[in-house]
Design a protein around this ligand. Structure first.
Ligand code: ADP
Ligand code: MG
Length: 539
């Protein structure tokens, strides 16, 4: 209070503020609640969630990133947890649930330290020390993998898909994934790079998963424009066009006054002539296929058909770019300027039926850098979930190749790091020692949750795992399929080195960040129009 006993107001009216322990505890609680939401989905025996959006559309998934992306979360600390999942997904494409669960557990363990009166800065410091120690040993337990180890790569894909609904047909899908990734591997300055944009997924429902296949080339979800056009064009010479086969609409507003029927006929004739000219340019270039980003009008289609040219209109921009790259053709933006040199080529262009849908296949391209996966499944929801599994699997195989190293899964890395930290903490004298101990305990949440979700006794499993570690069996983890503690390499439960290391990294950073907040200042929420919004408080 100042001299006049007037309160000094520094924040806008309506601002809500929580400080000290209240803020800290509420944040931790919110973060733990988010972790709890996804906990039951971890691992091969994890359960699914059914998400229903405001339109009533449903998604059935056990993909942590998808669940967190789709649920409507309001609390600021909870939102930070979603960032954990997003960041893990962006870096690794897998391991999102693990990262979120670990963040929650680190915070829970931090809470017990707070209860003992240990300052958040000390906890943060201890957590950082633990993380550094893990970083230094990031490659422990790892083995090498190369492009040639297809069996290993398949097992990496399988481990990743084991925890998705895709697990029903992991053999077929893991073969497809490995073939797809290895066929788009590039070596840039001795470094292996995989650009997943070169792998395109076309989803088709109404057929069993086993009908899924890999196409060496491009597949476009479009059809030829005229029924009389051929279904197959061999030795395709392709005009890739980003211009309209239509009489141009002028930008300026123009009014054409027509006084009598002859003038109308003249006008129509002129229009027809222009279209015929456009088709003529393409014919003269020697093209036998036209793939156009814009529309091709009926009259143009009619002339193309008469010339025996196969045409597809409204091909999306990304596909046009892919086609241009793979067939080595130029994208033409003015039809009148097309020449034979601009054309792309492909051994074959074919319209084929997959399930109930017709699609166009472009294969035997000169620059065969792209592949397409036709992903089939009985219903839309199944295909969508398969696609999420496939996304993870493509990512892990890419990571494994780029990193050149893999780690054992089934919690082996986590239990190993936990044991390692328990030794390490003895070399630390301050109170940070306690934080390192709690960090170690937190890491065990991964094998513990895997066990719990698999209907096993988590305490027994953890004891068995610790025992194997003590014996020097450091690559032992839990095999969820039979509930036994085994060598994960022998069981082929393997992952790229990046996934768990990155999960530990993002989880630690997020936990520290949330832990160090002791003041939440929330501006008054913007009023939502027509009372359709949420209540004003963010808590
Ligand atoms: P995340 O989003 O973290 O990838 P998942 O639900 O995909 O979560 O589960 C991944 C975990 O499941 C990893 O720790 C992986 O090692 C483990 N896992 C996969 N297959 C098995 C298995 N057969 N036995 C035990 N653990 C497995
Ligand atoms: Mg996974």
């Amino acid at each position: 209070m100042n001299e006049n006993q007037q309160p000094i107001i520094i924040m806008r009216e309506g601002t809500e503020r929580e400080t000290g322990k209240t803020a800290q505890r509420k944040n931790i609680m919110a973060a733990e609640l988010v972790a709890d939401v996804v906990k039951s989905t971890l691992g091969p025996k994890g359960m699914d969630k059914m998400l229903v959006d405001s339109m009533g559309d449903i998604t059935v998934t056990n993909d942590g990133a998808t669940i967190l992306k789709d649920i409507d979360i309001d609390h600021p600390a909870a939102k930070m947890m979603i960032e954990v999942a997003k960041s893990q997904d962006k870096e690794c494409g897998d391991g999102t649930t693990s990262a979120v669960i670990l963040t929650g557990e680190l915070l829970k363990r931090a809470e017990t330290l707070l209860d003992q009166g240990i300052h958040p800065t000390i906890i943060a410091k201890g957590f950082k020390m633990a993380l550094n120690e893990i970083r230094e040993h990031a490659e422990d337990l790892s083995t090498n993998v190369t492009e040639l180890d297809k069996g290993t790569l398949r097992n990496i894909a399988k481990t990743s898909m084991a925890s998705k609904n895709a697990s029903i047909e992991t053999n077929i899908l893991s073969d497809i994934v490995v073939e797809a990734v290895t066929s788009v591997v590039e070596k840039i300055d001795e470094e292996i790079k995989v650009n997943l944009d070169n792998i395109q997924i076309q989803k088709v429902h109404g057929q069993s998963i086993s009908k899924s296949e890999l196409i060496n080339g491009l597949v476009i979800d479009k059809t030829k424009q005229h029924i009389d056009m051929p279904d197959i064009v061999k030795d395709a010479r392709i005009a890739i066009i980003n211009d309209e086969f239509d009489v141009k609409k002028t930008n300026v507003e123009a009014k054409i006054e027509i006084a009598n029927p002859t003038e109308l006929q003249d006008y129509l004739d002129k229009e027809e002539e222009m279209i015929r000219d456009m088709v003529g340019y393409v014919v003269d270039s020697g093209a036998n296929v036209v793939l156009c980003q814009k529309g091709i009008d009926d009259l143009a289609t009619h002339y193309f058909n008469k010339e025996g040219i196969f045409t597809v209109g409204r091909v999306n921009k990304k596909d046009i770019q892919r086609i241009s790259k793979n067939t080595q053709g130029k994208i033409i933006s003015r039809i009148s300027e097309i020449t034979g040199e601009d054309l792309g080529t492909a051994g074959m262009i074919e319209q084929k039926k997959i399930g109930d849908v017709e699609m166009i296949f472009i294969t035997d391209c000169p620059e065969s850098s792209a592949v397409s996966i036709i992903l089939t499944g009985s219903t839309i929801h199944i295909v969508d979930e398969l696609e999420r599994g496939l996304h993870d699997a493509l990512f892990v195989v890419k990571n494994a190749l780029e990193d050149g190293k893999i780690l054992p899964g089934g919690g082996a890395k986590f239990i190993y790091n936990a044991m390692m930290l328990r030794d390490f903490k003895l070399s630390i004298s301050g109170r940070e020692q306690l934080a390192i101990e709690e960090f170690a305990n937190a890491l065990e949440i991964i094998p513990k949750t895997l066990a719990e979700n698999g209907g096993l006794d988590p305490i027994d499993i953890i004891m068995n795992l610790r025992k194997s570690q003590n014996k020097g069996d450091n690559t032992f983890g839990i095999d969820i399929n039979d509930g036994k503690v085994k060598d994960m390499y022998q069981e082929n439960i393997i992952e790229p080195i990046r996934v768990s290391n990155n999960a530990i990294e993002v989880a630690t950073e997020a936990a520290i960040m949330i832990l160090k907040i002791d003041d939440v200042i929330a501006s008054k929420k913007m009023e939502m129009p027509q009372g359709g919004g949420q209540p004003p408080s963010p808590y």
